[in-house]
Design a protein around this ligand. Sequence first.
Ligand code: 5GP
Length: 178
Amino acid sequence: MEEDLMHDIKCVLIDKEQIRKKCEELGKKISSDYCGKKPLFVCVLKGSVMFYADLLRNINIDCELEFMAISSYGTGKSSSGEVKVVKDLNTKVEGRDIIIVEDIVDTGITLMYLVNLLKCRGASSVEICALLDKIERREREVYPKYKGFVIPNEFVVGYGLDFNEKYRNLPEVCILNS
Ligand code: 5GP
């Protein structure tokens, strides 16, 4: 890893092997739960992109892929609390079984907004698959059906997650120095 990128990293929280195994496990479970249903997997850009790509390689049923971008954080480490769709889906969700693939659930404000939006548009079902869950920070009743790891209340970067657009390309989930 580049010295420059590792400079502000306190430690690795979740390594490549743990991520690989978790994607395999979640992919197997989702493939079995949705067998015969052709779900639509919605990637929430940009933070979920690595997890989405690795998870989808472990899905072995017929499915479709879509991308959406939501802004809630602006820049920095704390949420603005204001959620807006920056890039919308290119397909109708009416009657579809949706699985939202998210990097991390923190307060739950973003996902609550997204789940309600997709339900309002007529989706048959909306479930969440989140790699990370900062459960102690939750402010909304949002509980992912599929989740990778419960993590402590620390700001994490890497494996798609950023701090001011930096560190997304680190292959592991790392804790940033405070
Ligand atoms: P929520 O609406 O649940 O508070 O926030 C969800 C979004 O906040 C995530 O999709 C992610 O973009 C951002 N976020 C929350 N916690 C962290 C964190 O520890 N690190 C990074 N890089 N982003 C976070």
